[in-house]
Design a protein around this ligand. Structure first.
Ligand SMILES: CSCCC(=O)C(=O)COP(=O)(O)O
Ligand SMILES: [Zn+2]
Length: 206
């Protein structure tokens, strides 16, 4: 885990918002981002901001229970971020994207997403070979974050937890030791989602 000051974290979060928006991963105010701070609090996006137009004003601080430390309203999904920080002491950043490909796949999969035979799985922390099978869980969406937390908890408790997960009809969560690693995880999962969509369409046409 790489600890950050609020100013450093806010600057990095603003940059992630611009990058994700430019790639179509943050339409219509969707997505949220957070970073663990060196004082034990968390920097998180303010709810409802367009993530491509974030400024440091669109980033705020919450405590470990999700309470606002500066009077702003945190992301509606803050509890999902905090559950990852609580479970994994080494996690320093959590990112959530909303690409069309990841959401489309989450809607067509009956179960979890098994990724096989892809060199790019080596972008996930700890993976060293394309022969590794990576399973990204797909959990049901809910407006009650406690239900999503409960659905993902058994996967996170595994000896080898997944590097990311999908919420059906909603989006993708990924995390890492720092924001750069979390961004790499999201970028890999988003690319693999785009590839899966392309492959399915080619197989239908062939
Ligand atoms: C219009 S986006 C719907 C809410 C959502 O899924 C999201 O990621 C953004 O919510 P937030 O409260 O973090 O702005
Ligand atoms: Zn969302």
């Amino acid at each position: 885990m790489v600890a950050s000051t609020f100013a450093e974290a806010a600057e990095a979060i603003v940059a992630v918002g611009r990058a994700f928006d430019a790639r179509g991963w943050a339409p219509a105010t969707s997505g949220n981002y957070s970073v663990r701070l060196d004082d034990g609090s968390f920097a998180v996006t303010v709810s409802g901001w367009h993530k491509g137009r974030l400024t440091p004003d669109g980033v705020m601080r919450v405590d470990a229970g999700g309470a606002s430390l500066d009077g702003k309203r945190p992301s509606a999904e803050t509890a999902l971020h905090l559950s990852l920080y609580r479970r994994f002491r080494e996690v320093g950043a959590v990112l959530h994207s909303h690409s069309a490909q990841a959401v489309a796949l989450s809607r067509v999969f009956g179960g979890d997403w098994a990724i096989r035979g892809h060199e790019l799985v080596k972008a996930f922390p700890g993976v060293t070979t394309h022969t590794a099978e990576i399973v990204l869980p797909v959990v049901e969406n809910s407006q009650d974050m406690r239900e999503i937390e409960a659905a993902i908890a058994p996967y996170l408790a595994r000896e080898t937890p997944p590097p990311a997960y999908l919420i059906r009809g909603h989006g993708l969560y990924g995390w890492g030791r720092d924001i750069a690693e979390a961004e790499r995880v999201i970028e890999a999962a988003e690319w693999l989602a785009a590839c899966e969509v392309a492959e399915r369409s080619m197989r239908r046409e062939a």
